[in-house]
Design a protein around this ligand. Structure first.
Ligand code: BES
Ligand code: MN
Ligand code: ZN
Length: 496
């Protein structure tokens, strides 16, 4: 989809479709809606008076102008109650309008942008583009039948009245972030026979090359030589070679270093502690953390954010085999600490323990890890919430603020000392699982043992990483959870 900015008036513009938004019971009509209504001799206000369009959130009403305006059609989309409006509703409405236009087979539309309700044009443009691009996302790579029936919007014109530079800035930012989210979605939606650890490493190399970032991919042998006993134990069970991927973006000297660590299990069968087969196909999404890290680095680099970012993505399958690690095994981690394996299905925290320990060499100001770590987190918070656990209030606050801005809901869970009891082992320093109680917290508590005193937050994205029921601007499947949140946190970093 090509999106461009032009200067002009909506009531004079010639195009396939003009998109307009309206609040619930918008009488009298305001702003651009009023201008178009006047040009159209009161057609829209009459329609609203008759009750044919109420302006309810996500309501779409398509009108044919029959030559009364220069555009062929007008799509009215509802924004709901005016006093309940926020950018999250705006993104949802942009998505619903986009989906309606696409599903109608219309390939081009124009949308006039004017600041309202205290939001600048740049802000509105960014959120509009984000909602639109994320809402019309589809994953069709493996569909070979009836490809001609796949519908797509080809061209969008954002229309500004006077100053169009700020609209262009908002557009570009929204595009860069949305493209990153869609990259993460593609990787999550890709099946595990395509999206292997090698595939992730190649993708990371390609991104590094295209954007001038530094990359290092460690083979399992090298990881073993370095002492990453936990990562290596998980990787051993599979024929598919594991890769320990380190991608680095550096905007300049003396900038804050932040380590982003993402769980990259490209398929989680549970290993010897094998999972029930029902629903196991979903476990291709167990690399969503790594996908989010990769996508965030791409976006941060394209936005030229002033940081030194280190993206660490341990990638491997978790499979049972004659070489697989077993319950009862004791692993020596890169940190030097030992772990007794109780369940080979608690593999995420194992590969992350080595990745977190690896990140310490960069002396980061903060470490943030993202992982589809526990089913318990989904039980606790639902499939639309990121579980947060961390050792630093300021970093947690940064994440929570970014969360409320982006609409990616996140909720923090406690990291009290009492929980460490659950991880005591008779034979090693810790066991890799506790009891069934407080599963999501125990996962975080385990990880906390590997970050020393560095400010750190763990994002359990097991729920929101991929979803069965669509949300306003998130279709079913991989969501790219965490990407917008991290980018927002980085954009606001200095303000805190
Ligand atoms: N990848 C899973 C977590 C998961 C489960 C993500 C369901 C999304 C949906 C993780 O590796 C895992 O298997 N966790 C175990 C931990 C347990 C053995 C302590 C779990 O949640 O059951
Ligand atoms: Mn598992
Ligand atoms: Zn897993």
């Amino acid at each position: 989809m090509e999106i461009k900015v032009e200067k002009g008036r909506p009531e004079k513009y010639s195009c396939e479709l003009l998109l307009l938004f309206a609040f619930e019971s918008p009488e009298p009509l305001e702003g651009l809606l009023r201008d178009v209504d006047l040009e159209w001799k009161g057609f829209i206000s009459a329609l609203i008076k008759r009750g044919d369009f109420k302006g309810e959130l996500h309501e779409c009403h398509l009108l044919h102008t029959q030559g009364a305006l220069r555009v062929h059609r007008v799509l009215l989309t509802g924004l709901g109650k005016k006093d309940e409006f926020d950018l999250e509703k705006w993104r949802g409405a942009a998505s619903k309008a986009g989906q309606f236009i696409r599903n109608s087979g219309i390939k081009q539309f124009v949308f006039p942008i004017k600041s309202f309700k205290g939001h600048s044009e740049a802000e509105l443009a960014e959120a509009f583009v984000t909602g639109l691009l994320l809402g019309v996302y589809q994953f069709n790579e493996f569909k070979t039948l009836e490809r001609e029936k796949i519908k797509e919007i080809k061209e969008v014109v954002l229309l500004g009245e006077k100053e169009i530079k700020s609209i262009g800035d908002g557009l570009r930012t929204g595009q860069i972030i949305s493209e990153a989210v869609c990259l993460a979605r593609d990787l999550v939606n890709g099946p595990s026979n395509e999206v292997t650890p090698t595939f992730l490493a190649e993708k990371a190399k390609e991104i590094a090359k295209n954007h001038g970032m530094k990359i290092r991919v460690l083979e399992v042998k090298e990881a073993e030589a370095m002492g990453m006993g936990a990562f290596v134990a998980v990787a051993k069970g599979s024929q598919e070679p594991g890769k320990f991927i380190v991608l680095e973006y550096n905007k300049g000297k003396g900038l804050d270093t932040i380590a982003l660590v993402g769980k990259g299990i490209t398929f989680d069968s549970g290993g010897i502690s094998i999972k029930p087969s029902e629903g196991m196909e979903r476990m291709k999404d167990d690399m969503s953390g790594a996908a989010a890290v990769l996508a965030t680095l791409q976006a941060a680099c394209r936005l030229r954010l002033p940081f030194h970012l280190v993206g660490i993505m341990p990638a491997t399958e978790n499979l049972p085999s004659g070489k697989a690690y077993k319950p009862g095994d004791v692993l020596k981690t890169l940190s030097g600490q030992t772990v007794e394996v109780i369940s080979t299905d608690a593999e995420g925290r194992l590969i992350l323990s080595d990745a977190l320990a690896y990140s310490l060499q960069y002396q980061p100001k903060a470490i943030i890890d993202l992982a589809t770590l526990t089913g318990a987190c989904v039980v606790a918070l639902g499939d639309f919430v990121i579980g947060l656990l961390g050792n630093d209030d300021l970093l947690l606050k940064r994440i929570e603020e970014a969360s409320s801005k982006t609409g990616e809901k996140a909720w923090s869970l406690p990291l009290w000392d009492e929980y460490f009891e659950y991880l005591k082992s008779d034979t090693a320093d810790f066991r890799n699982v506790g009891t069934r109680a407080a599963g999501a917290i125990i996962g975080g508590v385990f990880l906390s043992k590997f970050v020393k005193k560095i400010p750190w937050v763990h994002l359990d994205i097991a729920g929101p990483a991929s979803i069965d029921k669509e949300r306003p601007y998130t279709p079913r499947g991989g969501t790219g959870a965490g990407v917008r949140l991290l980018i927002q946190m980085l954009r606001d970093w200095k303000k805190n």
